[in-house]
Write a protein that binds this ligand. Structure first.
Ligand SMILES: Nc1ncnc2c1ncn2[C@@H]1O[C@H](COP(=O)(O)OP(=O)(O)OP(=O)(O)O)[C@@H](O)[C@H]1O
Length: 262
């Protein structure tokens, strides 16, 4: 049985607008973080939402040998969790309750998490002290961490995180990506994370997909996909890859490929 996520002939979009056309992704590995990159508006959120069954789509998606597109929504939702860019506003629950509610919403495939398990997860995310705080009284970054806890507690086979770092400070970005990497490995799941920061992708991604205008233009190891050529083609910037003293690759941007005219 094929392990990982395979996407074939995938089409997705909105009633009057097709965004993703005939997307084929040979295999996203299990136990590893795949980073999804691409310019604003290229279709990253549309793709993730469609994989989660939240947007209309056609085609095939195979997760560990099981075809998910033909499953009833509730069964698919127990296997695929999508964390949107921001949590819905106006939910008057405290953090602990919201995580228990999220877990119950996962369709009962996994046994109920104990309060101790939820608290341990909050501890790992550094937000245990917020367990009794109301969601609508949290900062943007704290809400993102709660969203991550709500996603992980549902024990998905496919975890889709849409810009989970956008409100986090530098230290938390690092901490959260390390946690997501550890959990992805421990749970042996497929995790896809949308980020805009190329250096986060290089440092924390173990596989990279690059989208442009709804089409997959590169798929592979971070250093094979993030190159001066792809940066110029996809983002229109002149970039080079340098190594820091610890050997980690970093992108330095020297300017735009074509200077804008004023
Ligand atoms: N509900 C909608 N109805 C019609 N078009 C939409 C809808 N939502 C998004 N789009 C369009 O689909 C295209 C892809 O949007 P999407 O949000 O998937 O891009 P993205 O790559 O996630 O962008 P960003 O990096 O800016 O978040 C955009 O042109 C957008 O205008």
């Amino acid at each position: 049985m094929m392990q990982g996520l395979k996407i074939s002939g995938f089409n997705a979009g909105y009633p009057k607008r097709q965004i993703i056309t005939n997307l084929n992704v040979p295999l996203l590995p299990r136990g590893k973080i795949t980073v999804l990159l691409g310019p604003n508006g290229c279709g990253k959120s549309t793709l993730l939402r469609s994989l989660a069954g939240l947007n209309r789509a056609k085609g095939e998606m195979w997760l560990n040998g099981e075809e998910l597109m033909t499953l009833p929504f509730a069964q698919r939702a127990s296997r695929v969790v999508y964390l949107p860019q921001s949590l819905p506003a106006g939910v008057h629950l405290h953090v602990l309750e919201s995580i228990i509610v999220a877990q119950r919403a996962s369709g009962g495939r996994s046994s109920a998490a104990s309060e101790a398990e939820v608290m341990e997860l909050l501890e790992q995310l550094g937000i245990a002290h917020l367990a009794m705080s109301y969601l609508d009284q949290l900062s943007g970054g704290q809400k993102q961490l709660v969203g991550l806890a709500q996603s992980l507690i549902r024990r998905p086979g496919l975890l889709l995180l849409d810009e989970p770092l956008s409100a986090l400070d530098l230290n938390y970005q690092f901490h959260v990506m390390e946690l997501v990497r550890r959990e992805t490995e421990k749970r042996n799941i497929v995790t896809v994370v949308v980020v805009h920061d190329i250096n986060i992708a290089l440092r924390h991604g173990q596989h990279v997909l690059m989208l442009q205008n709804g089409e997959l233009i590169a798929d592979g190891l971070p250093e094979d996909v993030i190159t001066p050529e792809s940066l110029a083609r996809v983002y229109g910037v002149r970039g080079r890859i340098e190594r820091c003293t610890l050997g980690t690759p970093q992108v330095l941007i020297d300017g735009l490929v074509e200077a804008p005219s004023f």
